[in-house]
Design a protein. Structure first.
Length: 431
């Protein structure tokens, strides 16, 4: 995939550039991202995770082919060229089947990789770091690398079968804590040491050679490491460049390699820019985008309550809380404390477990009612100023329509602007 290999090549030549990956399946988040990339005439990297999308449907109910069809259909409807769209698969390996014996879990992982590659996903994150039902804990670098090489071989064969040649690019390694935000309260993180990063690389290089995969090594463009960034429910651990200085220097010895940084959500614009300068040139963002979506919807719901009698309102906040209480499986093991603390977490946590509930039919219905209620009459400017002050400035300047959907999209794009600025080498995020 030339967009990604060219990005890595330019970065290695000294251009402090990068690319961000949008990790979400929400239609409004994806619309915001596609519209933003279209306006800026830039490529767009969208990723699905192994939990979210797999050959059995994942928690979204979508296979890789379904996800590609969904994203490409949205891109076509917005006039965004598919040649500028890059699809990636994140944490592809036995993650979904850790409870099974390794042989069975890896057989499922083989099929997972085949389904992603056959659907046209070009950026493949090989992650076999998790122990399966009959594995030691933790796994050795050698076992992880051997399993990753096995999946790479499957991926290469599938790509040649479906497309005649392989132009896949790969990312290896994994971050700690688990993807999607830490489950526990964090105070500080251990940055990956240069020795640990080298050990991961060398184990993978040896395993790839063993499997006759030497030729694809230049297409391994990313190594996932922990630069010392993470978030939990109420706190963000900010990037501290001095702690990652040795790790940052280590990657200079590898001609085609940059770092991939996960869980960069909620980092400051300055931290994002420094991460890219320090060779963390692939920045993953997901929960921060659905968090912004939730902020915009809560703000619109508050405006609705000011404008309409209670019986005419959508009741979005109430319905969302009711659905989360009726179906606690997506938040119950993550949020702790008394009833008040859990209520606050359900609505406002950085972990944004709310994102699992937006597809619910009841919530979708009240969302549509909320948007319709506010679209029927112009929203008074003072209310926009109160609840969406950044969008208010643009509405006043005449650069943003005060329609509900446009306010939501722009609020999500405020996050994307920060990532674009960081990856484009800008000093501000007003692009």
């Amino acid at each position: 995939m030339k967009h990604l290999t060219e990005m890595a090549e330019q970065h290695k030549r000294g251009k402090t550039n990068g690319i961000y990956a949008v990790c979400s399946a929400h239609p409004l988040v994806l619309e915001a991202a596609i519209r933003y990339a279209h306006a800026g005439r830039t490529p767009l990297l969208i990723e699905a995770t192994s939990n979210q999308v797999d050959q059995f449907g994942g928690y979204t109910g979508m296979t890789p082919a379904d996800f590609r069809g969904f994203v490409c259909g949205l891109a076509d409807s917005l006039g965004f060229p598919q040649s500028q769209l890059i699809l990636g698969g994140d944490h592809l390996g036995p993650n979904r089947w850790q409870h099974l014996p390794a042989a069975e879990a890896m057989a499922n992982a083989d099929e997972l990789i085949k389904s992603y590659v056959a659907a046209g996903f070009k950026k493949i994150h090989l992650d076999c770091s998790m122990s399966c039902g009959d594995d030691p804990v933790p796994l050795t670098d050698e076992i992880v690398a051997e399993r990753a090489a096995r999946l790479a071989k499957v991926a290469e064969a599938a790509c040649r079968e479906h497309f005649g040649e392989s132009d896949l690019v790969y990312v290896i390694g994994t971050e700690v804590p688990v993807p999607g935000g830490a489950h526990e309260t964090l105070a500080e993180l251990e940055v990956t040491t240069p020795d640990a990063a080298r050990a991961t690389l060398e184990a993978h290089r040896h395993a790839f050679e063993k499997h006759g995969l030497n030729a694809i090594w230049p297409r391994i463009i990313g190594l996932v490491v922990q630069p010392g960034v993470e978030f939990d429910h109420t706190h963000v651990i900010d990037y501290q460049p001095q702690k990652a200085a040795a790790l940052s220097a280590m990657v200079a010895a590898y001609d085609t390699l940059v770092f991939e940084a996960h869980s960069t959500d909620y980092q400051t614009p300055q931290a994002l820019r420094q991460l890219v300068k320090d060779h963390f040139a692939i920045l993953k963002v997901g929960p921060a985008l659905t968090f912004a979506l939730r902020e915009a919807l809560f703000s619109l719901a508050a405006m609705e309550e000011e404008l309409l009698p209670a019986k005419a309102c959508s009741g979005l906040r109430h319905v969302l809380e009711s659905v989360m209480l009726d179906r606690p499986e997506y938040w119950q093991s993550h949020y702790h404390g008394d009833g008040h603390a859990r209520r606050l977490a359900r609505g406002y946590s950085y972990s944004d477990r709310v994102r699992y509930y937006w597809p619910d039919s009841q919530i979708d219905e009240v969302f549509a009612r909320l948007v319709q209620n506010l679209a029927d009459e112009p929203i008074p400017l003072p209310l926009i100023s109160q609840y969406l002050p950044l969008q208010y400035v643009k509405v006043r300047a005449g650069t943003l329509n005060a329609a509900p959907r446009e306010l939501i999209i722009d609020h999500i794009q405020d996050i994307l602007r920060q990532y674009h600025a960081a990856c484009a080498g800008m000093t501000s995020c007003n692009a």
